[in-house]
Design a protein around this ligand. Structure first.
Ligand SMILES: CC(C)(COP(=O)(O)OP(=O)(O)OC[C@H]1O[C@@H](n2cnc3c(N)ncnc32)[C@H](O)[C@@H]1OP(=O)(O)O)[C@@H](O)C(=O)NCCC(=O)NCCS
Length: 167
């Protein structure tokens, strides 16, 4: 397995991040809530501002950004044991290489370090590759959210997956 590096994304990564978002929205509609049109409408300056919000993590092959995920620990007292991840994406050429595992390992370690009890994510019920990946990382399916997303007007369902971090 190649060596990959997990890092927090900052405004410096805006251009590369936007290119990955466009690839993801264009090629993997089941993996993203945003449409391609909504993605391309966002300027690089806006991407810089979003990344300065500390909500995205990246995986790098050397200096090249090859994947990213959103990471949102809850802030309110009653729910701050939880964190949500997503979108979660690795560029096509790096799928199956271990980059996604490095990204997931990094975010799990970070969540543990932040004292979270569980990580949560939603995945389309027909996104079989992503489901296999999440289950391989220990996530468990706890619910199905019917009619959660409509792609080109067609209703789709998501599964809610949870990884418990406390023992
Ligand atoms: C989801 C994603 C991050 C996973 O990364 P990856 O590098 O492809 O993952 P891996 O190859 O390590 O693991 C995928 C697993 O699915 C299996 N798999 C591959 N294609 C499959 C398919 N069509 N159906 C079921 N399982 C499949 C692989 O064999 C592998 O299982 P294994 O670890 O037991 O061998 C990546 O595929 C991706 O970015 N997809 C597009 C965006 C997306 O859908 N994101 C998820 C949004 S919720």
């Amino acid at each position: 397995m190649k060596d990959f590096i997990y890092r927090t994304l900052t405004s410096d990564h805006a251009q590369a991040w936007q290119q990955l978002r466009i690839e993801g929205a264009r090629d993997y509609p089941m993996g993203f809530l945003v449409t391609l049109e909504e993605t391309t409408a966002i300027s690089v300056d806006r991407c810089r501002a979003i990344l300065d919000g500390d909500s995205f993590r990246g995986v790098f092959a050397g200096e090249k950004l090859v994947g990213f995920c959103g990471y949102r620990p809850e802030r309110l007292t009653r729910i701050r044991h939880r964190g949500e991840i997503g979108p979660f994406f690795v560029t096509r050429d790096y799928q199956g290489t271990g980059a996604a595992k490095t990204l997931m390992r990094g975010v799990i370690e970070e969540a543990r370090g932040n004292g979270l009890a569980q990580l949560e994510l939603f995945v389309d019920t027909e996104n079989l590759r992503a489901i296999a990946f999440y289950e391989g990382r220990g996530f468990e399916r706890v619910a199905t959210h019917r009619d959660s997303v409509r792609i080109d007007g067609r209703s789709r369902d998501d599964h809610l997956y949870i990884l418990r971090l406390e023992h």
